[in-house]
Write a protein that binds this ligand. Structure first.
Ligand code: ZN
Length: 262
């Protein structure tokens, strides 16, 4: 029996590996649960406004995003299903116009109940993206505030997902990027230089001051405004708006205006 071990061991190892991969694949392709679908239908405006066909695509992407991530609670016992669905929905909202992108470099999502203290820079944070550790960190309170109906242009979930997408483009797809059009990104950066300067001199008021921190923060803050205040964005910065719509291959004004609200 022992004599056969070296022959059979690789076979069994391969069989076990195949079994575990197919189990993961099955989970990946499993349809969204009724519970998760209800959370989207009840709480996520962007999803509510999609037509029936796009709703199905959105559900599929949310479901797959959830299955690819480890949601880790910090300072509280468990990341609820509602948290998982809504955090995943923010990522899918941002990438919905693009090919299926699941921000695979970031496989862990840390959730704090509120702001958290960072021992690195000794400050309280609401969220961050750490490419070295493949982690997205979010304060649940701040995340929820971003999706409350209000006149605010803040949306922490979209802000951090925008950083993750920008980094994913460079890390996973290489120097030239792939999931985001390089030429359009360059064009966007060129247009934003002028706006950043105007924010710094106090001539520009549509974007909040934090957007002028650097190119990365401008990208993330402008994505918040793109989804939260699309009309104002288009009115104040039409060229910038259209370029961002081309980069993300979607126009929130079309989504918000054409659908039927729940
Ligand atoms: Zn940021």
């Amino acid at each position: 029996m022992l004599a056969y071990f070296p022959i059979f061991f690789p076979f069994f190892a391969l069989a076990l590996l195949a079994l575990s991969i197919s189990k993961d694949l099955l989970l990946f392709f499993k349809p969204i649960s009724k519970e998760h679908k209800k959370i989207l239908a009840d709480l996520f405006l962007y999803y509510q406004r999609l037509d029936a066909k796009k709703k199905v695509q959105f559900e599929k992407r949310v479901n797959r995003f959830i299955r690819l991530k480890h949601f880790i609670p910090r300072d509280f016992p468990i990341v609820s299903e509602e948290m998982k669905v809504l955090i995943s929905a923010a990522a899918v909202q941002l990438t919905f116009g693009l090919h299926e992108i699941y921000l695979t470099h970031f496989n862990r999502i840390l959730v704090y109940p509120d702001t958290y203290f960072s021992f690195i820079n000794r400050q309280y944070h609401k969220g961050e993206v750490n490419p070295q550790h493949g982690v997205i960190v979010l304060s649940w309170k701040a995340f929820q505030e971003g999706y409350e109906p209000s006149a605010s242009d803040r949306n922490l979930g979209l802000h951090e997902m925008a950083h993750a997408l920008h980094l994913e483009d460079k890390i996973v797809f290489g120097k030239e990027g792939c999931c985001l059009d390089e030429k359009l990104l360059y064009e966007y950066q060129k247009l934003s230089k002028n706006v950043i300067q105007k924010i710094q001199t106090g001539e520009e008021h549509f974007f909040r001051k934090y957007a002028a921190t650097n190119d990365e923060e401008f990208f993330a803050v402008s994505i918040e405004c793109f989804f939260e205040k699309p009309e104002g964005f288009l009115e104040n910065h039409p060229k910038l708006y259209h370029t961002l719509a081309s980069i993300l291959k979607q126009d929130p004004l079309e989504v918000y205006m054409s659908g039927t609200a729940a």
